[in-house]
Design a protein around this ligand. Structure first.
Ligand SMILES: C[S@@+](CC[C@H](N)C(=O)[O-])C[C@H]1O[C@@H](n2cnc3c(N)ncnc32)[C@H](O)[C@@H]1O
Length: 201
C-alpha cells in the first residue's frame, strides 16, 4: 500500500495511471481543487501557474476564470501530462492553457512572472520546502499570490495532520519572505478536512 501511495508523488506506468484516475474521480479532490482556485480570486487577465496538476482538475477550474490571460501547468509525471491534456484538450487548442512535463524548477525556463500560483497536495512531497518556496517567489510578480493546499491522504492519515501542516508551512512562508500569510480550512471536506495557506510574494 505504501508503494501505491508513492504513485501520488510521481505517477508512473499503469499504477500511476490508476492513481490519476482515482484522483480525477473523487469528489473530495474536485472540491479541494475548486476551493483552492476560488481562494486565489483569479481575474480574467491573470497569468496563473499550477505545480503538480495531476489529472488536471485545478487547471480546468482556473481556465474557466481566465478568459484573457493564460494558465500554465507543470507536473513531473508523463502519465499525468497525458491525462490532464486529454481532460483540457479544448483549452489547450484555444491557447488558454499550456501544460508542460517537468518539475517546479523547470517553470523558470519560460521566463514568465505570474499573478497567481497554486499547488494542491503536492508540497508534502518536496524534499526541500525552503528551496521550493524560493522558486515560487521568483516565479511570482511582486505582490503575486500563492496558495498551497493540503488534504491529509494515505494510510493512517488523520484530520490533525492538516493543522500540523498549516503550522509548519506558515513558518516556512514567513521565513521565505512571503507576506500576510493566511490559513483557510475546508472543515467539512471528506474524507478529511483540508487547509490552504495563502500568502503574497
Ligand atoms: C497527489 S497528486 C495531486 C494532483 C492534483 N494537484 C490534485 O490535487 O488533484 C501530486 C502531483 O504532483 C506532482 N508533483 C509532485 N512533486 C512535483 C514537482 N516537484 N514538480 C512537478 N510536479 C510534482 C505529481 O507528479 C502528482 O501528479
Amino acid at each position: 500500500m505504501a508503494d501505491f501511495y508513492a504513485q501520488f508523488g510521481r505517477p508512473v506506468g499503469f499504477p500511476g495511471w490508476l492513481a490519476g484516475k482515482l484522483m480525477a474521480s473523487r469528489e473530495g479532490n474536485k472540491r479541494r481543487n475548486a476551493w483552492t482556485v476560488d481562494l486565489l480570486d483569479i481575474q480574467p487577465t491573470d497569468l496563473v501557474l499550477e505545480i503538480g496538476y495531476g489529472p488536471g482538475l485545478g487547471v480546468e477550474w482556473a481556465v474557466a476564470k481566465v478568459t484573457n490571460g493564460l494558465v500554465v501547468g507543470f507536473d513531473h509525471s508523463d502519465v499525468m501530462h497525458g491525462q490532464a491534456r486529454r481532460r483540457n484538450q479544448r483549452a489547450i487548442e484555444l491557447g488558454h492553457l499550456l501544460l508542460r512535463t517537468g518539475p517546479l524548477e523547470a517553470a523558470a525556463e519560460l521566463g514568465l512572472r505570474f499573478d497567481k500560483a497554486f499547488c494542491c497536495n503536492v508540497a508534502q512531497f518536496w524534499p526541500d520546502p525552503n528551496a521550493a518556496l524560493a522558486q515560487f517567489k521568483a516565479l511570482l510578480k511582486p505582490g503575486g499570490r500563492l496558495a498551497i493546499t493540503y488534504q491529509p491522504a494515505g494510510h493512517g492519515a488523520k484530520p490533525a495532520d492538516a493543522d500540523r501542516f498549516a503550522e509548519r508551512w506558515r513558518g516556512l512562508l514567513h521565513a521565505g519572505g512571503f507576506r500576510d500569510v493566511q490559513v483557510e480550512r475546508l472543515a467539512d471536506l471528506k474524507p478529511r478536512p483540508a487547509v490552504c495557506l495563502l500568502a503574497y510574494a
